[in-house]
Design a binder for this molecule. Sequence first.
Ligand SMILES: Nc1ncnc2c1ncn2[C@@H]1O[C@H](COP(=O)(O)OP(=O)(O)OP(=O)(O)O)[C@@H](O)[C@H]1O
Ligand SMILES: [Mg+2]
Length: 256
Amino acid sequence: MIPAVEFVGTGKVYRTGFFMRRIEALRDLTLRVEPGEIFGFIGPNGAGKTTTIKILAGLHESTSGEARIFGVDHRDPKARSRMGFLPERPYFYLHLTAREVLRFYGQLSLVPDDVIARRTGELLERVELSRFADVPLRKYSKGMLQRVGLCQALLHDPDLVVLDEPMSGLDPMGRALVSSLIREEQEAGRTVFFSSHILHDVETLCDRVAIIIGGQLRALGAVEALVAEHGNLEEAFLSEVDRSTPVDPKTLGVMA
Ligand SMILES: Nc1ncnc2c1ncn2[C@@H]1O[C@H](COP(=O)(O)OP(=O)(O)OP(=O)(O)O)[C@@H](O)[C@H]1O
Ligand SMILES: [Mg+2]
């Protein structure tokens, strides 16, 4: 079966500052996400999760290796049209309403106007924002904006949903809502790849997880197996962090 997401030896080196200091954010990532999976991507702050997701979304160039979406090079717009994406810090034009913002994104993805209108209604209802559909986003709270971000990611019915910390900023009801949305996506046959620091949610939702530390893949497996071995996902994660070589703060690469 063609994987929904495939990284092969993917790496990313950032160059920053006047001296073009080398920062290795991702090293030799090889990973497959199978169609229909809910796949969790976890790791400490600065581990390289957002970098990986941005490469997949075509927002950052990788410096080595390959990345594919349903077998198609991630740089090909055809690959990206099958992907819905929630950025870590979604940015919206705050003078627009939720309905207007979703129309804007829908039109960018060439979704027909009648479909945009129908999906907007369905999704805002689903994330419990119908009442605020025509309120400018500047009046929204952080969690409400996060929900609009989710609607934007799902608007064009993508086969692959990539979410960078979808639970961030949400209250417990919001987290439960996002969890059930993710499950519904899977039930509808879609693939979900998401990063999160909320390991309890990852444990209850995901089929498989990857643990990335200092830009390197440290563990990959079925949640069930990790939980059987460590008691829960948090313990599995912490033991992996304990075992890992410290990260060099100058290069963010792993210390030799
Ligand atoms: N544009 C950039 N230029 C230079 N360095 C960067 C850039 N973006 C990220 N980095 C560095 O790459 C490393 C990986 O960052 P990344 O944002 O991918 O981590 P993350 O796992 O998403 O962390 P978090 O859990 O805090 O969101 C970080 O240490 C960061 O300093
Ligand atoms: Mg991040």
